[in-house]
Design a protein around this ligand. Structure first.
Ligand SMILES: C[S@@+](CC[C@H](N)C(=O)[O-])C[C@H]1O[C@@H](n2cnc3c(N)ncnc32)[C@H](O)[C@@H]1O
Length: 300
């Protein structure tokens, strides 16, 4: 079954050659962050929307067992080819739609680098993906990913006849035309003579609700892959969120884990505005957001 996102997000038929040219391994310096996650939360690692293996292969080179999945068969072929030189690498690649994952085995860590969560264009697909992912995580397994902060991303949007667009920026995708639909929250990027891709912007509070509906909870939140404190503004382009599937009945463990969120506990299903406001106030002042006590959380 092909998800709605795949039908329109433009990725399934993106030519691998064009993507590889745009995405050399050196372009995004995020591998140390995913390595930090693997060290902290363990393996096997599931690399969701792995593209050409840009992050899966370096993790496997460090000795982590990794499965990479992507909707684009051309990208998967390219990833296999790049990994192929060393047959001992503990990495495998599969063509899969992340909205309906079907993999053998369960993972301690799933990563989703490079804003790939945004390829999911509807809440339905986001929910289905998170539910499907949860089925593939071991108890206490962790999901780490990054997304653009919508407000930051929307800077410079201009309106003309009810349509929203950004002025062409030669330093961004060679000035490719970009438009935004405020109702669907979808940005459309027409890469000059290459391809059209779409990405949905999701606010942090919307993400929190999606997590709550699917049994995840934020355990670490940063302003960048260098793990700087999250403030939500300034020059931060995106945020890193790590969510963990949780055993609902173990209230003490949750309280210990969340620290500043102790008042909430896990038995209270709905968080009120005051609690949310308090948390946001705390985020701004915290060095490590959602400070996870070292001793309290260990993936099983
Ligand atoms: C922004 S690229 C990131 C690629 C890679 N993670 C990286 O960091 O270089 C987004 C990726 O998501 C993949 N993708 C899009 N929709 C997907 C879906 N429904 N299921 C699996 N992969 C998908 C695309 O094919 C593409 O490789």
């Amino acid at each position: 079954m092909t998800s709605e996102s795949v039908k329109s997000n433009g990725w399934a038929s993106y030519p691998a050659g064009a993507w590889n040219a745009k995405r050399p391994a050196s372009l995004v310096n995020d591998v140390p962050f995913w390595q930090y996650c693997a060290e902290r939360y363990g393996q096997p690692v599931l690399d969701l929307c792995c593209g050409n293996g840009r992050t899966a292969i370096p993790l496997a080179e460090l000795g982590y067992e990794v499965i990479g999945v992507d909707i684009n068969p051309d990208f998967i072929a390219s990833a296999r080819e790049r990994a192929g030189a060393d047959e001992r690498l503990p990495v495998a690649f599969e063509v899969q739609d992340i909205v309906h994952l079907r993999l053998d085995g369960k993972f301690r860590l799933a990563i989703m680098p490079d804003w790939s969560f945004q390829v999911l264009l509807t809440q339905e697909d986001q929910l289905s993906f998170l539910q499907s992912l949860r089925q593939h995580l071991r108890p206490g397994g962790v999901f780490a990913f990054n997304v653009f902060i919508p407000f930051n991303r929307q800077r410079g949007l201009r309106e003309s006849d009810g349509k929203y667009e950004w002025a062409p920026d030669p330093s961004y995708h060679a000035g490719a035309p970009r438009t935004y639909d405020p109702i669907t929250q979808i940005e459309t990027l027409v890469e000059s003579n290459i391809h059209t891709v779409q990405l949905r912007h999701t606010s942090l509070s919307e993400l929190e609700l999606l997590f709550r509906l699917t049994g995840f909870e934020i355990v670490e939140l940063y302003g960048d892959v260098d793990r700087r404190p999250f403030t939500g503004g300034g020059d931060e382009d995106y945020t890193i969120v790590v969510a963990s599937s949780r055993v609902a009945s173990n209230k003490n463990r949750t309280v210990a884990l969340t620290g500043i969120l102790a008042v909430r506990g896990f038995a209270v299903p709905v968080e009120n505005e005051l609690t949310l406001g308090l948390r946001r106030g705390m985020w701004r002042g915290q060095k490590e957001i959602y400070p996870v006590k070292e001793s309290s959380f260990r993936p099983r």
